[in-house]
Write a protein that binds this ligand. Structure first.
Ligand code: AHM
Ligand code: MG
Length: 334
């Protein structure tokens, strides 16, 4: 048998480096991987919805067909609500704090997640993803409170995403490098395929919704004009690659190097993406891979959300590219 490392084995090996670890964190990661397999299996069947039953109607088995993002949300909740490892959760799909049902014990971790990011792309068979962020409980109450969710990004103990693409991959960090696992569908296991991912210091790809160009700050427009201006020695022009599905755009840039920008604009003063469910977790991952993430002024992980669904501009990717965008935005570069 070839040397294969399952996600379970990898997490247990990592846990050995923390002799005081109780195993709760490892089990939590494993529960997330389990939820990801269930979601991934439904995502793969998404194109059959018209055949098997429309959203809101009943499928051939007489079961109610849910919207995939609601299904993903429920799957994560149900995989984790009873385990005694979480004190509360927060989801991009749910307005308020998600409490752990009274009949179950609470634990010391907090989970914030975007169950199915980019779900508007499902009908076109584009890659979509689940994003998650884990904090440790800080409130004194037995059951979690909103204070547990509204922590500074750098207090995250782990973060990751699952990309449902041509293969299903889970990528995570617990502050000891970034590791990627590919799902082997024939055995239903996530196997280590990318250990200690490092992102190039400078990329050659830019990813943004350039249709919003006219609404952007002129300094950002100057940056975009600059990276499109040919200069062989500096590797310009950059290639434009924008899927419009954050996990997919981020994952490609993480591996190849590049910059993803979802800025503030005239109609969205804080951009579109959410600090807790999208910006924070991807910032933790990119920093662990040697990259950077900023809102244009400060690093994403320095920010502390004041409300669950707070939005933030996001400039994320290769370290030198992120700093260069900041320099343009501040007017240091023109
Ligand atoms: P969602 O959380 O409603 O799915 O929206 C987030 C998505 C991201 O995946 C993607 O980067 C962005 O929205 C695309 O937005 P736009 O269509 O404005 O370019
Ligand atoms: Mg989202």
């Amino acid at each position: 048998m070839p040397h294969v490392v399952t996600i379970e084995r990898h997490i247990l090996e990592m846990q050995k480096e923390y002799p005081s670890a109780t195993g709760d964190f490892s089990a939590l990661m494993y529960d997330i991987a389990f939820a990801a397999k269930i979601i991934g299996s439904s995502v793969r069947k998404a194109g059959l919805v018209d055949i098997l039953g429309l959203t809101g109607s009943e499928n051939v088995q007489g079961e109610k067909v849910q919207k995939l993002d609601d299904f993903a949300n429920d799957t994560i909740f149900r995989a984790l609500d009873h385990t005694g490892r979480l004190c509360c959760m927060a989801s991009e799909e749910i307005e308020g704090l998600i409490e752990i049902p009274k009949e179950f014990n609470c634990g010391k971790y907090v989970l914030a997640f975007d169950p199915l990011d980019g779900s508007s792309n499902i009908d076109a068979n584009v890659s979509i993803g689940t994003i998650f962020s884990i904090f440790q409980k800080v409130s004194k109450k037995e059951r979690g409170t909103i204070e547990d969710c509204l922590q500074q990004g750098k207090k995250q103990v782990a973060a990751g995403y699952i990309i449902y693409g041509s293969s299903t991959m889970l990528v995570y960090t617990a502050g000891n490098g970034v590791h990627g696992f590919t799902l082997d569908p024939s055995i239903g296991e996530f196997l280590l395929s990318h250990s200690y991912i490092i992102t190039p210091k400078r990329g050659k790809i830019y990813s943004c919704n350039e249709g919003n160009y006219a609404k952007w700050d002129t300094n950002l427009q100057k940056y975009i004009d600059y990276i499109k201006t040919p200069d062989k020695a500096s590797g310009r022009p950059y290639k434009s690659r924008y899927i419009g599905s954050l996990v997919a755009d981020f994952h490609r840039n993480l591996l190849y190097g590049g910059i993803f920008i979802y800025p503030a604009d005239k109609s969205n003063p804080n951009g579109k993406l959410r600090l807790l469910y999208e910006a924070n977790p991807l910032a933790f991952i990119v920093e662990q891979a040697g990259g950077a993430a900023s809102d244009g002024e400060i690093d994403i992980m320095e920010k502390t959300a004041e409300e669950l669904h707070e939005r933030s501009p996001l400039i994320i990717g290769s370290y030198e590219d992120v700093r260069e965008v900041e320099d343009f935005l501040s007017g240091k570069r023109t």
